[in-house]
Design a protein around this ligand. Structure first.
Ligand SMILES: [Zn+2]
Length: 303
């Protein structure tokens, strides 16, 4: 791709970024508008996130693990949720990050400063963020002091992250970032054991050419996402956890749970329904990228 084409893509990235920032500005400024009551999903597994970003807490019997932390400036929401779920934040030994974007690690540094919690992420994303921190999208003007934290531990593809009686299988599923981790672990509910699964990065914005260009990611990111979907498609997930609430309809399921009781998070169909829909959306992005590439080549000629 020529430097003029890259310049046009960069302009498009800034435009997309501005639209996203404008849409979220109220939330960035007042994270509490997305506040949610924490709730139990299964034995030892709690939702402690908000209406924008999923955060999960696992009680391992030997300390707590939190998966993702939410936005910069929103650490107080996480602290509040952990207390209200019945736990002490100082017992959080690890925050495991699904991928290296600001909405998933934003609150981590402040949380670590308060409680001495250790931070983990995939080795791939740790390396790529060390190389170019802007890949985390922290250049948004809404977070002028934002930094990528130094991570305490880097997870490899296929690694089992073990603490207490919990074993989290971490599978590399690149696409959304190069180092997305999809997480699997067993949970129990009413004496039965189920596989919980969390697909670690599903946003398709990141697969568009302007984002790929900004992040200096490989151009085949969308194809990588399709390969990742195939890699974890057959996992017998019964408790499907979201990375953002839309993934597994967290908010709707919670509403249903409050109204009707029972546990809508025990849902063997959810995993493949989500992956099937995601696959269709990624295939659309591949077509859109092709069209945009042609359009940009045309624009470049006229400059
Ligand atoms: Zn992301």
């Amino acid at each position: 791709m020529s430097s003029i084409e890259k310049e046009i893509l960069n302009e498009k990235y800034k435009e997309m970024r501005r639209i996203i920032d404008d849409r979220y500005v109220e939330f960035y400024t007042n994270p509490s508008i997305a506040r949610m009551e924490p709730f139990k999903i299964a034995d030892g597994l709690y939702y402690v996130g908000d209406k924008k970003v999923c955060i999960h807490l696992i009680d391992t019997g030997d300390g707590l693990i939190v998966i993702d932390s939410g936005y910069f400036g929103a650490a107080y929401l996480l602290v509040d949720s952990i207390w209200r779920a019945g736990f002490d934040p100082k017992n959080v030994r690890w925050i495991i990050h699904t991928h290296g974007h600001y909405d998933h690690f934003g609150a981590s540094e402040e949380f670590r400063r308060m409680y001495g919690t250790k931070l983990a992420i995939s080795k791939v994303d740790a390396e790529r963020l060390r190389e170019k921190p802007h890949r985390a999208h922290i250049d948004s003007k809404k977070f002028p002091f934002a930094k990528v934290p130094e991570f305490d531990y880097e997870i490899e593809d296929g690694e089992i992250f073990e603490l207490g009686n919990v074993k989290i299988r971490c599978v590399l599923t690149p696409g959304h970032t190069q180092g997305v981790l999809t997480l699997f672990f067993d949970v129990t509910e009413n004496g039965k054991t189920y596989l919980a699964g969390l697909f670690g990065g599903a946003g398709i914005n990141a697969l568009t050419l302007p984002f790929i260009n900004h992040n200096e990611d490989p151009e085949d990111c969308p194809q990588q996402m399709l390969d990742s979907i195939r890699k974890i498609w057959d996992e017998p997930v019964v408790v499907h956890l979201g990375n953002h609430p839309g993934n597994n309809k967290t908010l709707e399921k919670r509403e249903q749970q409050i109204k009707e009781g029972g546990n809508p998070f025990i849902d063997p169909a959810s995993w493949q329904t989500f992956l099937g829909n995601l696959k269709k959306r990624v295939e659309m992005v591949i077509k859109d990228n092709e069209a945009l590439k042609a359009e940009i080549a045309e624009m470049a000629k006229q400059r």
